[in-house]
Design a binder for this molecule. Sequence first.
Ligand code: ATP
Ligand code: ATP
Length: 165
Amino acid sequence: SDEFKMVLGALELYDKTVAHAMTRYEDIFMLPDTLNLSADMVTQILEMGYTRIPIYEKKGLDDDGGRINSKDRKNVIALLFVKDLALLDPADSHNVMKIASIYNHEVRRVLVDMPLRNMLEEFKRGEYHMALVERLVEQEDKDPIYELCGLITLEDIIEEIIQCE
Ligand code: ATP
Ligand code: ATP
């Protein structure tokens, strides 16, 4: 029955980690900090249907000209909420990073091996509803670094509980 599945799903929160429920890095919709928004782009962004959009720092062009370095996407520096786009002044330049810095939403980060139960408790406290998921990468002769590997919201945990994937 559905109830039985839900109880099982809730119990499994004790064994599962954020990795099980997150949206993977490759599937995150994000925008480069250099982007200047046209009206068309705003429409496209709204059509994506996401409420929160990570902004990454685009460090420059590749050697082979113009393509976005995929590593840049790992360097998220801000969050844009689509509602921030509602009050755009047509007279201003609409650089996404400029808009994001006006609202300055905090970028929250968690580790990929955090138990889902703990993540749920965090979201229930209500301070934030989305977190970037990072993993620790050991490096030879250097300090370990944190690398972006996904994104998680309350909805992802609820889906684990009702097991509807
Ligand atoms: P589901 O419960 O949705 O069926 P699953 O049982 O396939 O998921 P896993 O395969 O354990 O869950 O993990 C889900 C995904 O998370 C994996 O495909 C893997 O790519 C990713 N993942 C797991 N551990 C890590 C990690 N330490 N760092 C980055 N990604 C990870
Ligand atoms: P809300 O429902 O709070 O308005 P939303 O629809 O943007 O926000 P959620 O409902 O929290 O997002 O999550 C729905 C799914 O979309 C989840 O799987 C979540 O991981 C994923 N998601 C949220 N934001 C993004 C994004 N920018 N890129 C890709 N996936 C995202």
